[in-house]
Design a protein. Structure first.
Lengths: 288, 288
């Protein structure tokens, strides 16, 4: 017995991975409001795990760290038009330091567990822009203890945002260097921390599903931007930041675009970190 | 360092458990469209696991099988106004049988792994209404094989809906008895398969959060009902049923209400299965 028809050729919803962190909240809002959420199986995990699961075929599309995308461009394609980064200070990816950057030479820099692109960017800036040779050690993501045993620390996500806002409001505590801000000063370009990547194999088999998910992400982003004030107020109920901070973070610090300037920023990062950038050639884009 | 303020008294979003099965899709649609989804941490799991996790304090509010709620009313409260059941045939909880019910005496009845309330209701009906003493054996949820080695089988969810629609359209295959339909014929009352339960401890500590989640669920249900045709078309893209079947299932077979008639139906089920029903006293309701 059984009368079930094949839905979409018997195919399941694309499995879409996001961080569930604050930086993905606007897209979640947009995916919910537009009901695009009904057409995906949404999975939340850390950036590192999302990348591993995407490469292992356990996800179809995911927000993955830029360094992972550059390293695995033979099996991944970036969706055009949408990424996560900033064109100037981003607030949620910082180096906190008890001394000035030029005094860090020979010191110890703690690296937060999540955020491989932030870690790589911090090393790139310290080594190539400031000529700082440092020891890199594993760090926690707890701002209160991260400088015990280290002269500086790379922080990511809420811990970074917390440190940035605190320093800005009080001028107290350790110095806070915004990594994307330093990159912008150095190169004149935006910085891309994460791209939305699809497995090439999945894009080949299910191009319509990828195109639909891509359209859904773009529409979600646009709606979240249009409703940013309401989103900030709603999110502030549950997150440890006030609506003013969130409105600024979502609306101005974070940049979800991935156009020619962002592509140039990512290519420049690839060049300076000696990653090849084959998947950045226009013919290699997923044809959205 | 650290400037993070306490959000909602430093409290997190309520953790809300749903099955992720077809019977929860309308609420998911409504929670997304209304953005109430932003104010909960949504977790999908099987009905049995949701109940275990709620009782263990790993969830705060969850759709749990009626039998679990009745068994644990000392630690759980049902949210008023919303449940999952039907006032007549529900389509997704059935007994399939190769013989008539009165011929099942002495036979073997396979029980699907999920759906403890369906299992209990089937036994109750067979024993008390039809005087059938049968052997109950573990069954699969695969309609194609569930009758191998058994004379009848309790099916739940998609497998049940599949069997019901197939039988209706073709008059072929095993007979299909709708459990809620039989209950309605027997008692004149609706049947409640699952309630939305909150841990009493959580309701005591966080009444505002429970009231907000409750309002969110009610609004989600009402919006889903108003947009049932669109919801059915969208869901049919991915589920193995056509839009006509889904529109009927979501809009007419499933009943999300939990008013006096549904409470009476649940109390009657508790009485006939010798569960006490202390949490059904009106003073025991969570004051929504």
């Amino acid at each position: 017995m059984g009368i079930r028809r094949d839905a979409d050729g018997g195919q399941r919803r694309p499995r879409l991975g996001h961080t569930g962190f604050l930086d993905c909240v606007p897209l979640f809002w947009g995916l919910a409001r537009t009901t695009a959420l009904l057409d995906v199986e949404l999975v939340a995990d850390t950036p590192d795990h999302l990348a591993q699961r995407l490469l292992a075929g356990d996800l179809d599309i995911a927000a993955v760290p830029a360094v992972t995308y550059l390293r695995h461009s033979e099996s991944l394609l970036a969706l055009p038009g949408i990424a996560a980064g900033s064109d100037g200070p981003m607030m949620s990816s910082v180096l906190v330091s008890s001394v000035g950057l030029d005094e860090l030479h020979g010191g110890a820099v703690a690296l937060a567990p999540a955020g491989p692109t932030s870690r790589r960017l911090a090393r790139l800036l310290l080594e190539q822009r400031y000529g700082v040779v440092a020891r890199y050690v594993s760090g926690s993501s707890d701002p209160a203890s991260v400088l015990r045993g280290a002269d500086a620390a790379v922080l990511f996500g809420n811990a970074a945002l917390d440190a940035a806002v605190y320093r800005e409001r009080t001028s107290a505590g350790p110095r806070v260097y915004d990594l994307a801000g330093l990159w912008r000063d150095w190169t004149g370009l935006p910085f891309v921390f994460a791209v939305w990547a699809v497995r090439r194999e999945f894009a080949g088999c299910r191009p319509d599903a990828v195109a639909a998910a891509h359209r859904g992400l773009l529409a979600a982003r646009d709606l979240a931007r249009a409703e940013n004030s309401e989103l900030a107020v709603r999110t502030a109920r549950w997150e440890p930041f006030d609506a003013t901070t969130l409105e600024r973070y979502f609306g101005r610090a974070l940049d979800y675009s991935f156009g020619p300037r962002q592509v140039a920023g990512l290519a420049e990062f690839a060049r300076r970190t000696e990653h090849g950038a084959p998947a950045l050639a226009s013919g290699e884009w997923f044809p959205g």
